[in-house]
Design a binder for this molecule. Sequence first.
Ligand code: PEP
Ligand code: MG
Length: 863
Amino acid sequence: MTAITLATPLAGWAMPLSEVPDPAFAQGLVGTGMAIDPTVNELRSPCDGTVLSVHRARHACTVRTASGAEVLLHLGVDTVGLNGEGFTAHVQDGQSVKTGDRLISFDMDLVGSRAQSLVSMMVVVNDGYTVDGLSVDREIAAGDAAMTVRGGSSADAGLPVAAPDSGEEGSGETGERSVVLPIASGLHARPAAALVAATKAYPGTVTIHCRDRRANAKSVVALMGLGTMLGDRLTVRAAGPGAQDMAESIAVLIEGGLGDPVVAGAAAGAGSQAAPAAPPAAPAPAQPAAEEEVGPPFAPGEEVLLKGTIAVPGQAVGTVVRRFRSAVRVVEQGAGPDIEEPRLRRALEQVVASLAHSAQRMPEHAAIFQAHRELLDDPELLDGALADIRAGKSAEWSWQRTARLQADTLAALADPRMAERAADLRDLEQQVLTALSGKGPDVGLAELPAGSIVLADEILPSDLAGVPAGRLAGIGMAHGGPTSHAVILAAALGVPTVVALARQAERVPDGAPVVIDGNRGELLVFPPEDTLAATRTAVAARTARREENRLTSREECRMADGTRIEVFANLGRVSDAPGAVVEGAEGCGLLRTEFLFLERQSAPTEDEQYQQYQQIADALEGRPLVIRTLDVGGDKPLSYLPLPKEENPVLGLRGVRVGLREPELLRAQIRAILRVKPVGVCRIMVPMIASPSELQAVRAMVDEERAKLGRTEPIELGAMIEVPAAALIADRIGAVADFLSIGTNDLTQYVLAMDRGNPHVAAQLDALHPGVLRLIRLAVMGAKTHDRVVAVCGGSASDPMAAPLLIGLGVTELSATPAVIADLKAFIRTLRMEDCRRVAEAALGTDSADEVRRLVAESWPAL
Ligand code: PEP
Ligand code: MG
């Protein structure tokens, strides 16, 4: 029998488990071992072994010894609810560790003040091992012998960690039950232990399936390793005697919270197949809330310019097709359940069919439509609506009430995934109402006449799936941000899009002629006939000119006086790259890697990232590829990366701050980039740098990973200038960066103190404000002291009006959206540096962005 001595993972006061202020640990339900009240803030490995899993909230991790014992190290009591706040993981799943290696560090003040207790547990959680020789009731130093684990063998460990779901089931009696997880922090140690306690005596097997993973329900580690979250749909599968009863009883336990509080409403977002629950008990009649008055429709001939935010560039003339939610008329009184219930069921069937159709049309976004399908399957939704119908209400009223109620419940939960589901539910609310209106879910958009410009509160992914190519000329949204799913799809369709037009957009009547200008973020309503005609001519001329510009767009870009300006492309997906080269991109100046991370349930592996980067590098055929490290946080939360809920997320954990807090995530990305061939083609760019020390910390990681990979060649490391402080001390940042790239989207938002997603300030959010330009000049001057190249990769690099100013201020590389590159290069070829400098200098002395734009328009009237 093997005996392994575990070293103390944390210095402090060692105590028996029975003294832990958590009944699951105190009663030995989680496992056998000891506890320590720590005096240090670093958790170290108690043995040589393999990290089985680091909990997504980083408060716990499990190490497997060579003898197969699974040692759970759990920092503090009730710390899972901190959602990672205050904890930094230094290891990742599958990593080999030695005794004493640092596993997790934590902020003692923060965790101590927010958690129930800092007392931390070290327990062996799998069967077949005994623990003795416990060093408790004394002060203990890190590394001291803490306890001895005897026996077992790794072969006994069963299914130790959450594994990919192969779908295989054993033969014999089986049972299955689906259930929605109603526990705020997912299956963390306490509920996992309760689940194990309930299944342990069962002679057969019980597995819990979540997304595409499964875990042995008799293993705490495996259950924790599933990474479940509130609202996840779990499938309980049992095999053995009385399997169906077993699955049922486990599901009921899960529904009861397994000892944790049950969060009401979680089932609504998960499309549960659990037993139908009572319809939501809302006392209020939930008629759509009285909407804020927006004013009467604009009258024909009333020329109005609405300003929003650039989402997809391009210009179009067209006719408005309204898709505002308020446009669907909902009457409360129904024609009786015999009529209303079949109507609702038919409408639901129609939407289901339409979702299948959408998934076929856009296979790359099938997951979005599948998620919608699952929501529609939720019996709570149907039952809620049917209850109202039976009370005499119309199918529309009943469906809308139930869907809104559940969407509001979800939106109120502090979980970004639930908020996404709330948005999906609102989408479905509308789809079903449209189907009920008799049009059929897909018909409205499928029958769009050519030249339609759709105006909506917010276009949804499903709307775009039904649009035949070439019919949709433009999109204007009252709300929405430039990075939404729908905008990504609109960009893929090449449809000029303006978001954040605010509620004035609702005043534009159906059929109104409009000009949408995705380059400026504007919508011109009821333009006079001559303006319309002139714009049509201009659009046609631009199209022709662009075709002509494409003929030379692959040549290098030099100004009329010979000054070299590099024009790169901003990319977000592998499939963008070949088209960018065709448009004339001389490289990629910004690969927004978060798009590779956003559409997933789990972090992409290093290999997956490497493959994507390599494919992009291959498509660029040797041209430079600037890969920006993960820029999540703020408005781009990741479901599998729990960041604390923040009052002002845009001023919180974003960009490099997330990377430094999640070093393993960043290191995996760095390694993937370092592996791309040929060596030298990639550069690394770090977002949201505010101080040189942040870049130095990333450089240290790059150097370490480079050494580990045995790569001797250096790699260029650049800083994005998006934080005003970084622009002000660009000379200091330039000392440690190989290049600088200005992110004008964020720089503008921070300099002007205007949220880039807020429709109320969108009209003033202009990167050509002289304050922004002055900061750009400072950044360029700072960089020059170290001879560093300064690029611009924010939205203004795609704005032809900005080009002469940026060049005049000393920027030598523009990274633009691929669609504008041919025109941009052609325009730059007409410019002379002395003119650019003169106009840029004058622009710095103006009062407003409007004045700057006037100045540029006067200097280059052809723009
Ligand atoms: C920017 O802020 O200008 C930028 C390029 O980054 P993103 O738009 O992705 O935030
Ligand atoms: Mg940015």
